[in-house]
Design a protein around this ligand. Structure first.
Ligand code: ZN
Length: 170
């Protein structure tokens, strides 16, 4: 059985079951605390990964950003449903100290996962030429920007040039 966080797993400690990795207990019932598949071994209930998603590419949208942190919502296929998942951008090795100089709220990015979608905290990166902003709107007139280089986008309607970390294969 594949579950999402918060799913009641139907096992009760009072029946002899123990809450293992990826689960929590509430009102004498074991619940999933992360995405994954349910395993019951020797009455220990845990949640395991379904498939390895590390290093995979996903499209997502920046839903929260400040100078040092950004949250990107990606959509993942899970048990025949599309699930929205918030992942954290990890850019400390990129030289991009102030994220606000390279990304803006609402930008659509291609990202590479650094963790599995089944982990408690999921991290991603835009280090590499195949990851970064793919779609963004002009800050001045809100028209769609076009990518012109790995670090700039151009607005053909108001001629504004904006700095972004873009997907760019030269
Ligand atoms: Zn513009």
């Amino acid at each position: 059985m594949k579950v999402i966080p918060g799913t009641s797993l139907g096992y009760q400690p009072s029946d002899g079951y123990t809450a293992g990795n990826g689960t929590f207990m509430k009102d004498d019932m074991i619940y999933a605390s992360k995405l994954g598949a349910v395993n019951v071994i020797k009455n220990i209930v845990s949640i395991g990964s379904v498939v390895d998603t590390k290093m995979r590419l996903f499209l997502g949208k920046i839903v929260k950003i400040n100078a040092s942190k950004a949250t990107i919502t990606i959509y993942v296929d899970f048990d025949n449903q599309k699930l929205a998942l918030d992942v954290n951008l990890l850019e400390k090795d990129s030289g991009r100290d102030n994220l606000l100089q390279y990304f803006k709220l609402g930008d659509i990015l291609q990202i590479r996962l650094l963790s599995n979608i089944y982990d408690e905290n999921v991290y991603c990166t835009t280090i590499g030429s195949d990851v970064g902003v793919v779609l963004a709107n002009c800050s001045d007139c809100f028209a769609k920007l076009s990518i012109v280089s790995q670090d700039s986008m151009f607005c053909s309607s108001c001629k504004n040039i904006e700095k972004r970390k873009c997907v760019f294969a030269s």
